[in-house]
Design a protein around this ligand. Structure first.
Ligand SMILES: Cc1cc2nc3c(=O)[nH]c(=O)nc-3n(C[C@H](O)[C@H](O)[C@H](O)COP(=O)(O)OP(=O)(O)OC[C@H]3O[C@@H](n4cnc5c(N)ncnc54)[C@H](O)[C@@H]3O)c2cc1C
Length: 317
Protein backbone atom coordinates (compact mmCIF):
# COMPACT_ATOMS: atom_id res chain seq x y z
CA UNK A 1 0.00 0.00 0.00
CA UNK A 2 1.17 3.52 -0.69
CA UNK A 3 2.73 5.62 1.98
CA UNK A 4 0.74 8.45 3.57
CA UNK A 5 2.81 11.14 5.25
CA UNK A 6 1.56 12.43 8.59
CA UNK A 7 3.19 15.57 9.97
CA UNK A 8 3.68 15.00 13.70
CA UNK A 9 2.47 17.69 16.12
CA UNK A 10 4.69 17.57 19.19
CA UNK A 11 5.42 19.65 22.27
CA UNK A 12 8.40 19.02 24.57
CA UNK A 13 9.03 15.65 22.93
CA UNK A 14 5.45 14.52 23.43
CA UNK A 15 3.26 13.51 20.51
CA UNK A 16 -0.10 15.31 20.50
CA UNK A 17 -3.34 13.37 20.33
CA UNK A 18 -4.27 14.78 16.92
CA UNK A 19 -1.27 12.99 15.40
CA UNK A 20 -2.54 9.65 16.72
CA UNK A 21 -5.89 10.47 15.09
CA UNK A 22 -4.18 11.22 11.77
CA UNK A 23 -2.17 7.98 11.95
CA UNK A 24 -5.41 6.06 12.59
CA UNK A 25 -7.02 7.76 9.58
CA UNK A 26 -3.94 7.16 7.39
CA UNK A 27 -3.96 3.47 8.32
CA UNK A 28 -7.42 3.07 6.82
CA UNK A 29 -6.18 4.44 3.48
CA UNK A 30 -2.58 3.29 3.15
CA UNK A 31 0.67 2.87 5.07
CA UNK A 32 1.25 5.67 7.58
CA UNK A 33 4.67 7.33 7.73
CA UNK A 34 5.19 9.90 10.49
CA UNK A 35 7.27 13.00 9.79
CA UNK A 36 9.00 14.48 12.84
CA UNK A 37 10.16 18.05 12.21
CA UNK A 38 12.78 19.53 14.52
CA UNK A 39 14.98 18.28 17.34
CA UNK A 40 13.86 16.49 20.49
CA UNK A 41 12.43 13.16 19.38
CA UNK A 42 12.49 10.68 22.26
CA UNK A 43 12.26 6.90 22.46
CA UNK A 44 8.83 7.33 24.04
CA UNK A 45 7.68 9.46 21.13
CA UNK A 46 8.92 6.91 18.60
CA UNK A 47 7.21 4.11 20.51
CA UNK A 48 3.95 6.10 20.56
CA UNK A 49 4.08 6.73 16.81
CA UNK A 50 4.76 3.04 16.13
CA UNK A 51 1.99 2.03 18.56
CA UNK A 52 -0.53 3.93 16.43
CA UNK A 53 0.64 2.45 13.17
CA UNK A 54 3.61 4.46 11.87
CA UNK A 55 5.47 2.09 9.56
CA UNK A 56 8.24 4.64 9.01
CA UNK A 57 9.30 7.61 11.10
CA UNK A 58 11.11 10.26 9.07
CA UNK A 59 13.14 12.39 11.45
CA UNK A 60 14.43 15.80 10.37
CA UNK A 61 16.08 16.72 13.64
CA UNK A 62 18.05 19.81 12.62
CA UNK A 63 17.54 22.87 14.87
CA UNK A 64 16.96 25.12 11.88
CA UNK A 65 13.70 23.33 11.05
CA UNK A 66 12.17 25.09 14.05
CA UNK A 67 14.40 28.18 14.03
CA UNK A 68 12.25 29.76 11.33
CA UNK A 69 8.51 30.27 11.16
CA UNK A 70 6.52 27.48 9.45
CA UNK A 71 8.25 27.53 6.02
CA UNK A 72 10.93 24.89 6.83
CA UNK A 73 8.24 22.34 7.66
CA UNK A 74 6.65 22.89 4.25
CA UNK A 75 10.07 22.51 2.58
CA UNK A 76 10.75 19.32 4.51
CA UNK A 77 7.42 17.85 3.41
CA UNK A 78 7.97 19.01 -0.20
CA UNK A 79 11.35 17.23 -0.14
CA UNK A 80 9.68 14.02 1.10
CA UNK A 81 6.86 14.30 -1.46
CA UNK A 82 9.47 14.48 -4.24
CA UNK A 83 11.58 11.70 -2.75
CA UNK A 84 8.94 9.21 -1.58
CA UNK A 85 5.94 9.94 -3.84
CA UNK A 86 3.39 9.41 -1.07
CA UNK A 87 -0.28 8.86 -1.85
CA UNK A 88 -1.24 11.83 0.35
CA UNK A 89 -0.02 14.14 3.11
CA UNK A 90 -2.08 14.66 6.27
CA UNK A 91 -1.56 17.53 8.68
CA UNK A 92 -3.60 18.73 11.64
CA UNK A 93 -5.98 21.57 10.79
CA UNK A 94 -4.38 23.83 13.38
CA UNK A 95 -3.36 27.39 12.51
CA UNK A 96 0.18 26.22 11.80
CA UNK A 97 -0.90 22.98 10.11
CA UNK A 98 -3.10 24.85 7.65
CA UNK A 99 -0.31 27.26 6.80
CA UNK A 100 2.08 24.35 6.22
CA UNK A 101 -0.56 22.69 4.03
CA UNK A 102 -1.03 25.82 1.91
CA UNK A 103 2.70 26.35 1.42
CA UNK A 104 3.22 22.67 0.59
CA UNK A 105 0.44 22.79 -2.00
CA UNK A 106 2.14 25.72 -3.75
CA UNK A 107 5.55 24.04 -3.64
CA UNK A 108 4.30 20.73 -5.04
CA UNK A 109 1.65 22.09 -7.43
CA UNK A 110 -0.97 20.05 -5.58
CA UNK A 111 -4.49 20.60 -4.40
CA UNK A 112 -5.20 21.19 -0.72
CA UNK A 113 -8.26 20.60 1.43
CA UNK A 114 -8.48 22.23 4.85
CA UNK A 115 -10.79 21.70 7.81
CA UNK A 116 -11.66 18.14 6.79
CA UNK A 117 -13.85 16.45 9.37
CA UNK A 118 -13.76 13.05 7.68
CA UNK A 119 -11.69 11.25 5.07
CA UNK A 120 -12.69 8.21 3.03
CA UNK A 121 -11.71 5.96 0.14
CA UNK A 122 -9.92 7.81 -2.66
CA UNK A 123 -9.09 10.64 -0.22
CA UNK A 124 -12.59 12.07 -0.49
CA UNK A 125 -12.85 14.57 2.35
CA UNK A 126 -15.88 15.77 4.26
CA UNK A 127 -15.56 19.47 4.87
CA UNK A 128 -17.48 21.97 6.89
CA UNK A 129 -17.27 25.32 5.09
CA UNK A 130 -18.65 28.90 5.09
CA UNK A 131 -18.51 29.10 8.85
CA UNK A 132 -19.95 25.62 9.16
CA UNK A 133 -23.09 26.54 7.19
CA UNK A 134 -22.44 24.04 4.37
CA UNK A 135 -21.09 20.50 4.36
CA UNK A 136 -19.31 19.36 1.21
CA UNK A 137 -17.38 16.37 -0.04
CA UNK A 138 -14.24 17.24 -1.92
CA UNK A 139 -11.36 15.51 -3.60
CA UNK A 140 -8.01 16.81 -4.74
CA UNK A 141 -7.73 16.45 -8.51
CA UNK A 142 -4.15 17.62 -9.03
CA UNK A 143 -0.83 16.48 -7.59
CA UNK A 144 -0.52 14.84 -4.17
CA UNK A 145 -3.63 15.30 -2.00
CA UNK A 146 -2.74 17.52 0.96
CA UNK A 147 -5.38 17.37 3.62
CA UNK A 148 -5.64 19.29 6.88
CA UNK A 149 -7.89 17.35 9.24
CA UNK A 150 -9.56 18.89 12.28
CA UNK A 151 -8.60 17.53 15.69
CA UNK A 152 -11.16 15.09 17.12
CA UNK A 153 -12.47 14.10 13.68
CA UNK A 154 -11.63 10.50 14.39
CA UNK A 155 -10.96 8.46 17.52
CA UNK A 156 -7.33 7.29 17.81
CA UNK A 157 -7.03 3.49 17.76
CA UNK A 158 -3.72 1.73 18.44
CA UNK A 159 -2.44 -0.87 15.93
CA UNK A 160 1.29 -1.41 15.89
CA UNK A 161 3.44 -0.41 12.93
CA UNK A 162 7.13 -1.14 12.36
CA UNK A 163 8.22 2.38 13.35
CA UNK A 164 11.41 2.17 11.30
CA UNK A 165 13.39 5.36 11.75
CA UNK A 166 14.94 7.18 8.81
CA UNK A 167 16.95 10.36 9.19
CA UNK A 168 16.16 13.13 6.71
CA UNK A 169 18.23 16.19 5.99
CA UNK A 170 16.94 19.04 3.95
CA UNK A 171 18.74 22.15 2.72
CA UNK A 172 16.52 25.10 3.42
CA UNK A 173 16.13 27.80 0.79
CA UNK A 174 16.74 31.47 1.58
CA UNK A 175 12.99 32.12 1.48
CA UNK A 176 12.38 29.50 4.17
CA UNK A 177 14.75 31.49 6.38
CA UNK A 178 12.87 34.73 5.88
CA UNK A 179 11.27 34.90 9.34
CA UNK A 180 13.34 33.73 12.30
CA UNK A 181 11.90 32.78 15.68
CA UNK A 182 13.67 34.94 18.28
CA UNK A 183 12.02 33.76 21.45
CA UNK A 184 9.51 31.19 22.63
CA UNK A 185 7.53 31.95 25.74
CA UNK A 186 5.87 28.95 27.25
CA UNK A 187 2.26 29.52 28.15
CA UNK A 188 1.32 28.43 31.65
CA UNK A 189 -0.65 25.26 31.10
CA UNK A 190 -3.51 24.57 33.45
CA UNK A 191 -4.75 21.12 34.31
CA UNK A 192 -7.45 21.30 31.62
CA UNK A 193 -6.96 19.98 28.09
CA UNK A 194 -6.23 22.37 25.24
CA UNK A 195 -9.49 23.80 23.87
CA UNK A 196 -9.10 22.77 20.23
CA UNK A 197 -7.88 19.28 21.13
CA UNK A 198 -10.27 18.44 23.95
CA UNK A 199 -12.68 15.54 23.55
CA UNK A 200 -15.20 17.38 25.72
CA UNK A 201 -15.81 21.15 25.83
CA UNK A 202 -18.11 22.94 28.28
CA UNK A 203 -18.87 26.50 27.16
CA UNK A 204 -20.64 29.34 28.89
CA UNK A 205 -22.34 32.37 27.39
CA UNK A 206 -24.09 35.55 28.46
CA UNK A 207 -26.50 33.43 30.48
CA UNK A 208 -23.66 32.69 32.94
CA UNK A 209 -24.11 36.25 34.15
CA UNK A 210 -20.67 37.20 35.52
CA UNK A 211 -16.99 36.30 35.66
CA UNK A 212 -17.42 34.76 39.12
CA UNK A 213 -20.26 32.55 37.87
CA UNK A 214 -17.91 30.93 35.36
CA UNK A 215 -16.77 28.73 38.27
CA UNK A 216 -20.03 26.80 37.63
CA UNK A 217 -18.88 26.07 34.07
CA UNK A 218 -15.35 25.22 35.24
CA UNK A 219 -16.76 22.87 37.88
CA UNK A 220 -18.59 20.80 35.27
CA UNK A 221 -15.58 20.92 32.92
CA UNK A 222 -13.28 19.62 35.66
CA UNK A 223 -15.68 16.85 36.62
CA UNK A 224 -15.72 15.71 32.96
CA UNK A 225 -12.01 16.30 32.26
CA UNK A 226 -13.10 18.88 29.69
CA UNK A 227 -11.83 22.19 28.35
CA UNK A 228 -13.73 25.41 29.02
CA UNK A 229 -15.01 27.56 26.16
CA UNK A 230 -17.03 30.77 26.00
CA UNK A 231 -19.22 32.71 23.63
CA UNK A 232 -18.10 36.09 22.39
CA UNK A 233 -20.72 37.78 24.56
CA UNK A 234 -18.95 36.27 27.58
CA UNK A 235 -15.42 37.09 26.43
CA UNK A 236 -16.36 40.64 25.33
CA UNK A 237 -17.89 41.20 28.77
CA UNK A 238 -14.51 40.24 30.27
CA UNK A 239 -15.94 37.22 32.07
CA UNK A 240 -13.54 34.79 30.44
CA UNK A 241 -10.28 35.32 28.47
CA UNK A 242 -10.58 35.82 24.71
CA UNK A 243 -8.33 32.85 23.98
CA UNK A 244 -11.23 30.61 25.04
CA UNK A 245 -13.77 32.13 22.65
CA UNK A 246 -15.43 29.59 20.38
CA UNK A 247 -16.79 30.67 17.03
CA UNK A 248 -16.17 32.42 13.76
CA UNK A 249 -13.73 34.91 15.27
CA UNK A 250 -12.53 32.52 17.97
CA UNK A 251 -11.44 28.90 18.07
CA UNK A 252 -12.95 26.09 16.04
CA UNK A 253 -13.60 23.00 18.10
CA UNK A 254 -14.81 19.59 17.04
CA UNK A 255 -15.08 17.57 20.25
CA UNK A 256 -16.96 14.35 20.89
CA UNK A 257 -19.20 16.28 23.31
CA UNK A 258 -19.97 20.03 23.41
CA UNK A 259 -22.06 21.43 26.25
CA UNK A 260 -23.37 24.96 25.66
CA UNK A 261 -24.75 26.64 28.78
CA UNK A 262 -26.48 30.00 28.52
CA UNK A 263 -25.56 30.36 24.85
CA UNK A 264 -28.27 31.35 22.34
CA UNK A 265 -26.67 29.69 19.30
CA UNK A 266 -25.87 32.64 17.02
CA UNK A 267 -24.53 31.65 13.60
CA UNK A 268 -21.09 33.02 14.50
CA UNK A 269 -20.93 30.78 17.57
CA UNK A 270 -22.18 27.74 15.65
CA UNK A 271 -19.41 28.24 13.12
CA UNK A 272 -16.92 27.18 15.75
CA UNK A 273 -18.66 24.17 17.25
CA UNK A 274 -21.29 22.63 15.03
CA UNK A 275 -19.12 19.75 13.88
CA UNK A 276 -19.07 18.47 17.49
CA UNK A 277 -20.28 14.86 17.54
CA UNK A 278 -22.86 15.38 20.32
CA UNK A 279 -24.21 18.77 21.36
CA UNK A 280 -25.99 19.40 24.65
CA UNK A 281 -27.67 22.77 25.23
CA UNK A 282 -28.76 24.19 28.57
CA UNK A 283 -30.88 27.29 28.16
CA UNK A 284 -33.83 28.79 30.02
CA UNK A 285 -35.49 29.91 26.76
CA UNK A 286 -37.14 26.93 24.98
CA UNK A 287 -37.08 28.96 21.73
CA UNK A 288 -33.30 29.53 21.79
CA UNK A 289 -31.83 28.68 18.34
CA UNK A 290 -29.17 26.45 19.93
CA UNK A 291 -31.90 23.83 20.46
CA UNK A 292 -32.24 23.44 16.64
CA UNK A 293 -28.69 22.18 16.61
CA UNK A 294 -28.58 20.27 19.91
CA UNK A 295 -28.81 16.49 20.21
CA UNK A 296 -29.99 16.90 23.80
CA UNK A 297 -31.54 19.99 25.31
CA UNK A 298 -32.30 20.99 28.89
CA UNK A 299 -34.69 23.92 29.34
CA UNK A 300 -33.82 25.48 32.65
CA UNK A 301 -31.69 27.87 34.62
CA UNK A 302 -28.07 26.87 34.17
CA UNK A 303 -27.30 27.91 37.72
CA UNK A 304 -29.53 25.09 38.88
CA UNK A 305 -28.96 22.56 36.09
CA UNK A 306 -25.15 22.70 35.79
CA UNK A 307 -24.33 22.16 39.50
CA UNK A 308 -26.74 19.19 39.59
CA UNK A 309 -25.12 17.77 36.48
CA UNK A 310 -21.66 18.23 38.02
CA UNK A 311 -22.78 16.47 41.18
CA UNK A 312 -24.10 13.50 39.19
CA UNK A 313 -20.92 13.24 37.14
CA UNK A 314 -18.76 13.33 40.30
CA UNK A 315 -20.94 10.66 41.95
CA UNK A 316 -20.35 8.28 39.05
CA UNK A 317 -16.58 8.59 39.08
C1 LIG B 1 -18.41 39.44 12.80
C2 LIG B 1 -18.91 38.73 14.04
C3 LIG B 1 -18.16 37.72 14.57
C4 LIG B 1 -18.60 37.04 15.72
N1 LIG B 1 -17.86 36.01 16.21
C5 LIG B 1 -18.34 35.33 17.27
C6 LIG B 1 -17.63 34.19 17.78
O1 LIG B 1 -16.54 33.84 17.31
N2 LIG B 1 -18.16 33.52 18.79
C7 LIG B 1 -19.37 33.85 19.38
O2 LIG B 1 -19.81 33.17 20.31
N3 LIG B 1 -20.04 34.92 18.91
C8 LIG B 1 -19.55 35.67 17.90
N4 LIG B 1 -20.24 36.76 17.48
C9 LIG B 1 -21.37 37.25 18.31
C10 LIG B 1 -22.66 36.51 18.05
O3 LIG B 1 -23.36 37.13 16.99
C11 LIG B 1 -23.53 36.55 19.32
O4 LIG B 1 -23.75 37.89 19.70
C12 LIG B 1 -22.95 35.80 20.51
O5 LIG B 1 -22.57 34.51 20.13
C13 LIG B 1 -23.99 35.72 21.61
O6 LIG B 1 -23.43 35.10 22.73
P1 LIG B 1 -24.39 34.37 23.75
O7 LIG B 1 -25.13 33.28 23.07
O8 LIG B 1 -23.57 34.03 24.94
O9 LIG B 1 -25.37 35.55 24.20
P2 LIG B 1 -26.90 35.78 23.88
O10 LIG B 1 -27.17 35.72 22.43
O11 LIG B 1 -27.28 37.01 24.62
O12 LIG B 1 -27.60 34.51 24.54
C14 LIG B 1 -27.62 34.27 25.91
C15 LIG B 1 -28.48 33.03 26.11
O13 LIG B 1 -28.44 32.65 27.48
C16 LIG B 1 -29.74 32.25 27.87
N5 LIG B 1 -29.78 32.44 29.32
C17 LIG B 1 -29.78 33.61 30.01
N6 LIG B 1 -29.75 33.35 31.33
C18 LIG B 1 -29.77 32.01 31.47
C19 LIG B 1 -29.75 31.15 32.61
N7 LIG B 1 -29.69 31.61 33.85
N8 LIG B 1 -29.76 29.80 32.37
C20 LIG B 1 -29.80 29.31 31.10
N9 LIG B 1 -29.83 30.10 30.01
C21 LIG B 1 -29.78 31.43 30.20
C22 LIG B 1 -30.69 33.14 27.10
O14 LIG B 1 -31.95 32.53 26.97
C23 LIG B 1 -29.95 33.26 25.76
O15 LIG B 1 -30.39 32.26 24.87
C24 LIG B 1 -19.80 37.44 16.34
C25 LIG B 1 -20.56 38.48 15.80
C26 LIG B 1 -20.11 39.13 14.66
C27 LIG B 1 -20.94 40.24 14.10
Amino acid sequence: MSEILVLVEHVDGEVKKVTLELLTLARSLGTPAAVWAGPGITDDAKARLAEYGADKIYVAGADEIVDYVVAPKAELLAHLVADKSPAAVLVAATTEGKEVAGRLAVKTGSGVITDAVGLGEGFVADQSIFGGGVNVRSKVSKGTPIIAVRPNSTAPVAAAGAGTEEQVSVTLTASARAARVLERVKQEKGARPELTEAAIVVSGGRGVGSAENFSVIEGLADALGAAVGASRAATDAGWYPHQFQVGQTGKTVSPQLYIAAGISGAIQHRAGMQTAKTIVAINKDPEAPIFELADYGVVGDLHQVVPQLTEEVVKRK
